[in-house]
Design a protein around this ligand. Structure first.
Ligand code: BGP
Length: 492
């Protein structure tokens, strides 16, 4: 479906960059007064390595749940988080952007990035989420980062909350189920607007809001059903309040929320599979519709009932808040597509494999045309510009003795996806602000908590247990991407 004759050159001003998340990249967990973060306890979700989450019970005993899902339900209110000396916590040091930011930003600038998406660590700014005043040392770190970027004319795209919260808010209020967390979030967002608004135009209120659940991201103990959807409602209100406030405080600011979008296909043309597919799509549209259009869609009643939600608690002013705090653009991550059929679980990421697609070593189907499809679908529905803020290929990179990686597979993946994106923009006329690839410098994988699943244009010498020199070495894809950006897509 790729149109080989059509130019891939992108419109003037297209934003090219990369994307990262604080707890996977930054490290510096005990620097600048950073408080405990939910992800300090939930860092590893692979089957072989259940998410790490140690808690001290009131009687002093230590609990270590066996899986993230059991985990979320079993966190007792009175428990205190503790760290065990002999355990490795990826969020603690990550790949140490905290001390390497100058070097990393220079490397990104070397590829020609004009934007860099990063998330601010909430507990670096408000260590418990409840302080009266922000932590000045935490703000300074991001000042330094943004000022360093400015030297290269690289603008920030700030994710206010990337699947995390100060641990205190999670334990004390059962995370996002409480409206107290809305207030804490809005105060935090306001601090960021007042402090960085003169240098930052593009903002994301949340990362992958449709996919986040579990104790780490939402701070909610039972992250399904009633509690989960209540938490989502509170996040919608928090986002809308932040958008309204941001527009007021920062003239010309542009707000999005990031949604996890996988292309989805019905496994067959059987009507039951097609209807299931419709319902499955609504699992995502629910979030995009509410935040992009500013109201709950009619189908929400059926969806909530299906998820055993009895009633969402809403304040009388919420409808107006949602209306006034609509997003300016729709940002999404796109890595893969899925198939779905009647009887599959909701959110059944994976489904049956698609015989028409190849898969990555992690079994993720590679589907560039699905990206073009998704861009069209989102724009047709919401009629607001798109921003692709995550896309990339996780692979086991084999570095030679000089730490050099020949990652032709990554080049192929990116070439095909960027070409599909260019076709959506140039042929289908989908307005798209930019593209930030996940993740320009190798960092800790979210789903495995390890280093072996790498995405970067730049190799980082670190292993799954945090050992290594942290030396940065550009891969083959680094120069390839540099050329694509230099030609604004023409070389695709
Ligand atoms: C997205 C997250 C990122 C990131 C990416 C890749 O869901 O927003 O934080 O990690 O997925 O996922 P993984 O590292 O599990 O391959």
């Amino acid at each position: 479906m790729e149109d080989k004759n059509m130019s891939k050159k992108l419109p003037k001003g297209f934003l090219w960059g990369g994307a990262t998340a604080d707890f996977q990249y930054e490290g510096g967990f005990n620097e600048s007064g950073r408080g405990l973060l939910s992800h300090d306890y939930e860092t590893d979700g692979s089957k072989e390595h259940p998410r790490h989450h140690t808690m001290k019970m009131p009687d002093g005993s230590i609990i270590e749940p066996k899986s993230s899902f059991i985990l979320a339900d079993s966190v007792p209110t009175e428990a205190e988080p503790v760290f065990l000396d002999d355990e490795y916590y990826p969020s603690h040091n990550a790949v140490d952007f905290y001390h390497h930011y100058k070097e990393d930003i220079k490397l990104m600038a070397g590829m020609g990035f004009n934007i860099f998406r990063f998330s601010v660590c909430w507990s670096r700014i408000f260590p418990t989420g409840e302080e009266a005043e922000p932590n000045a040392a935490g703000l300074k770190f991001y000042d330094d980062v943004i000022n360093e970027m400015a030297k290269y004319n690289m603008e920030p795209l700030i994710t206010i909350c990337h699947d995390e919260m100060p641990m205190n808010l999670a334990l004390k209020y059962n995370g996002w189920t409480s409206r107290k967390v809305i207030d804490a979030y809005v105060k935090y967002a306001k601090t960021l607007f007042e402090h960085f608004g003169n240098r930052c135009k593009y903002w994301l209120t949340f990362n992958e809001i449709n996919a986040v659940r579990g104790f780490g991201p939402t701070g909610v103990r039972n992250s399904e059903g009633q509690d989960r959807y209540q938490a989502d409602h509170n996040m919608f209100v928090a986002s809308a309040k932040a958008v309204k406030l941001g527009h007021k405080l920062i003239p010309g600011s542009q707000f999005g929320t990031m949604f996890a979008m996988s292309g989805a296909y019905p496994a067959t043309c059987k009507p039951e599979d097609m209807f299931h597919y419709l319902q499955e799509k609504r699992e995502n549209w629910y979030f995009i519709d509410i935040m992009g259009r500013g109201y709950y869609p009619e189908y929400a009643a059926e969806l909530l009932q299906r998820h055993n939600v009895k009633e969402l608690h809403m304040e009388p002013e919420d409808a107006q808040i949602l209306k006034e705090g609509q997003l300016d653009y729709i940002a999404f991550s796109y890595y893969r597509s899925n198939t779905t059929k009647a009887g599959d679980d909701w959110f059944n990421v994976g489904g049956d494999s698609n015989p028409y697609l190849k898969e990555t070593p992690w079994g993720w189907p590679v589907d560039p045309l699905g990206l073009r499809y998704t861009m069209n679908e989102v724009y047709d529905r919401i009629q607001k510009p798109i921003f692709i803020v995550e896309n990339g290929m996780g692979a086991v990179d084999k570095a030679d003795e000089n730490d050099y990686v020949e990652d032709d597979y990554r080049i192929d993946y990116l070439k095909d996806h960027l070409s599909a994106m260019a076709d959506a923009i140039n042929i289908d006329h989908v307005p798209c602000l930019g593209y930030t690839m996940w993740a320009p410098i190798d960092l800790v994988s979210l789903s495995t908590g390890e280093m072996k699943k790498r995405y970067g244009f730049v190799y980082v010498d670190m292993d799954d247990k945090g050992h290594g020199t942290l030396k940065r070495t550009p891969k083959k894809s680094y120069n390839w991407m540099k050329h694509i950006i230099e030609t604004n897509g023409s070389a695709l």
